[in-house]
Ligand binder design. Structure first.
Ligand SMILES: C[S@@+](CC[C@H](N)C(=O)[O-])C[C@H]1O[C@@H](n2cnc3c(N)ncnc32)[C@H](O)[C@@H]1O
Length: 299
């Protein structure tokens, strides 16, 4: 049994108090005051990953998102399974998305996982093809993860139908409302990405995925399928685009729900995974983080 000295006990108690106080400061809208308390706590207990995550999130709240991302990635580099750090990274992404106006549909784990997946690419000049960009949350995450790779290419393919017909529900109503104000769907995307400081990294490519693919030439390190979510739509995208993934690259798909993974049903994207990416395909069995699926092309 480890015996703590009196100084250790006091320090431990103090750290707990600093963290509690920092949380109160955050709750009362004083993140800068919270930040110095978290900083003290991290210095006193550098191995406490939970406090380091709280410190990182507070950095983001204080306008230092890049530092927050670096701190969280450092934790994940050494503890890849530490889910609180992945979730916190997702929170930073959600916060950045909120700040630039990019509503998205990712869970926190999905956002964190997307960032880490893109960041882990070895190539100095990776090529990413995103099918379905909408307001740009995932485009922004991809771009942020490639901020140190100026030769990366990120293609954002989306129909961005001005009358909202390529989206549904509230999103369609929103697009229609914006159209009445004279704002086009694609310009909402571009404005969000400009505010996020990543527009210069992106190549917006307007069109239906089934049309764009007809003249597509470039092999990609990652193709991310998140456009038309109907079974037929996802099926066409996977069928048309999967051979553009380089061997060793990844096919990513969103909204993959699988009965066999504990979901209530197989979603359209889930059915397509079973159909195309099974044992006899060119892809290794994928991994699933919430509903974000990633499979490596192996031949
Ligand atoms: C779920 S949203 C994409 C969300 C985005 N990836 C994110 O995470 O922030 C789907 C997008 O796909 C686009 N879309 C739907 N069907 C499409 C198609 N067949 N071709 C191109 N874009 C399409 C819609 O306009 C919409 O913007």
């Amino acid at each position: 049994m480890a015996i703590l000295s009196e100084t250790d006990v006091n320090e431990e108690c103090l750290v707990g108090e600093w963290v509690k106080l920092a949380e109160l400061k955050e709750d009362s809208g004083k993140p800068k005051e919270a930040l110095s308390l978290y900083h003290k706590a991290v210095r006193a207990e550098p191995d406490n990953l939970e406090i380091r995550c709280k410190y990182a999130l507070c950095c983001a709240m204080c306008g230092r998102a890049e530092k927050a991302i670096d701190l969280l990635c450092e934790i994940l580099d050494n503890n890849s399974e530490y889910m609180l750090a992945l979730e916190s990274l997702g929170k930073v992404m959600a916060y950045l998305g909120y700040q630039c106006g990019s509503k998205g549909w990712f869970t926190l784990y999905e956002s964190g996982f997307l960032y880490r997946t893109i960041q882990s690419l070895e190539s100095d000049a990776p090529v990413i093809v995103e099918l379905g960009s909408c307001f740009g949350l995932s485009s922004m995450i991809i771009a942020k993860a490639l901020k140190n790779k100026p030769n990366a290419k990120i293609y954002c393919v989306d129909a961005w139908e001005g009358d909202g017909s390529s989206v549904f529900g509230d999103t369609r109503e929103f697009i229609q409302g914006q159209a009445q104000e004279g704002l086009k769907f694609i310009d909402i995307f571009k404005g969000n990405m400009e505010r996020a400081g990543v527009l210069h990294q992106l190549t917006p490519t307007q069109g239906y995925t089934t049309e764009v693919v007809k003249t597509w030439q470039e092999q990609a390190d990652i193709v991310f399928v998140d456009a038309d979510h109907s079974y037929e739509g996802v099926r066409a995208d996977v069928k048309n685009w999967k051979d553009f993934v380089k061997v060793g690259g990844l096919l990513l798909m969103h909204d993959v729900e699988l009965l066999e993974a504990g979901s209530k049903k197989d979603s359209g994207p889930g059915l397509v995974v079973q159909e195309f990416l099974g044992d006899d395909s060119n892809y290794a069995p994928g991994i699933l983080v919430d509903t974000l699926y990633a499979a490596e092309r192996i031949k």
